[in-house]
Design a protein around this ligand. Structure first.
Ligand code: TXA
Ligand code: MG
Length: 350
């Protein structure tokens, strides 16, 4: 299949170009588009065959449900039923933006989207290209992250092209995603609400609006080590670079020492080693490839650079990646959640 690639400036959207993308969606095709979190792979959420085409292009297991994207808050009423009143408080505060709410689904939502669950995940993105595209398509848009299943999520059009060119009808290039990590998924179908996937919107910000909010124990690592995450997607291997990844956690100086020592050891065995460092520490390492994820004092910079960094190591054919852990506070919870998944939970505490 020929994949058409179009480029749009998010501050001056060429409506004629974007209309081509909206037409494809309306006709049952697939379009990858930028959002503020990561790129999404969209199709008409009300068209079962179109939605099946998303699973096929990504190689996504059919038991992993999709998020439905809307362009105005009121559309939530068409997709969900028994909406608890606090839901409106939280969407008024964080929509449009990087928050997904899970609610009891309406009859309008096809079972392929929800993987047979009786709930549906809905989000209104803030990226102007995403919003305008959904508005023009005049249908809700189902969209997982636009990567091959299991790979790091795409934060640039180039990542989408690597994974999906030839498999979908169109890719809209709207520049780099600002947030860099997928949305916070909040289950509002239960009381108290539960965070199923940490993201840019933090537990504290949600508690300020909703009062008590729980975090799924499968994320915090509290309780049973084998706790099954309620968000089906969280159980899969995710975000995996081709290389093995080991996280080193502890006080920064000790982490730097340990990583330096491990790098030397593995390079001595002729293994190509990459180091995921931070602005504060990058000068202290010697390895085949050293990349700074961002600034430790500004974890949002690490969030936006994380997936891109993982893909760069693959490009560089690194065989082992040694990564510095960061603090689990605020956005750090989401960063460490993705990093641990990429590492298959290999964390070395020093
Ligand atoms: O930021 C984002 O959310 C991006 C952009 C494109 O909007 N999308 C995204 O989609 O990350 P995806 O498919 O990669 O992740 C969706 C997550 C999965 O972990 C899935 O299991 C969960 O949301 N999910 C979807 N529907 C659900 C439901 N009804 N109940 C619980 N979890 C659900
Ligand atoms: Mg994904």
């Amino acid at each position: 299949m020929n994949t058409e690639i179009i480029k749009l400036d998010k501050d001056h959207i060429d409506a004629d170009k974007l209309r081509l993308a909206a037409e494809i969606l309306r006709n049952g095709g697939r379009v990858a588009f930028p959002t503020e979190t990561v790129y999404g792979l969209g199709a008409n959420a009300l068209d079962e065959n179109a939605v099946k085409g998303i699973f096929a292009a990504k190689g996504r297991p059919s038991d992993n449900p999709l998020i439905v994207h809307i362009a105005k808050k009121e559309s939530l009423k068409e997709l969900a039923v028994e909406i608890p009143p606090e839901t409106w408080k939280v969407v008024d505060k964080f929509w449009p933006g990087p928050l997904t709410v899970v609610l009891k689904k309406s009859a309008a939502v096809p079972g392929v989207i929800t993987a047979g669950l009786d709930t549906v995940a809905v989000r209104m993105p803030s990226h102007p290209v995403a919003l305008e595209l959904i508005r023009m398509a005049e249908v809700p848009v189902a969209a997982p992250s636009a990567n091959t299943s299991g790979k790091p999520s795409p934060t640039r059009a180039k990542h989408v092209i690597e994974d999906l060119e030839g498999k979908i009808e169109m890719i809209v290039d709207g520049g780099a995603a600002k947030v860099g990590l997928e949305s916070t998924v909040l289950d509002m179908s239960v009381y108290p609400p539960v965070i199923l996937r940490p993201g840019w919107v933090t537990p504290r910000q949600l508690s300020e609006v909703l009062g008590e909010v729980r975090v799924d124990p499968a994320i915090t690592g509290a309780g049973d080590k084998k706790a099954v995450p309620k968000s089906p997607g969280m159980k899969y291997t995710h975000y995996s670079p081709d290389a093995d990844l080991i996280i080193v956690q502890g006080e920064v100086e000790r982490v730097v020492d340990k990583i330096g020592q491990l790098a030397k050891e593995y390079m001595g065995k002729n293994i190509r080693v990459g180091i995921m460092a931070t602005e504060q520490t990058k000068e202290q390492y010697r390895a085949d490839c050293v990349i700074s994820m961002g600034d430790r004092e500004r974890p949002e910079t690490i969030a936006s650079g994380l997936f891109d960094t993982l893909r760069k190591f693959d490009e560089d054919r690194v065989e082992l990646i040694l990564a510095e852990a960061i603090d689990h506070d605020g956005i750090g919870l989401a960063v460490m959640n993705r990093m641990k998944k990429a590492a298959g939970n290999k964390v070395m505490v020093v």
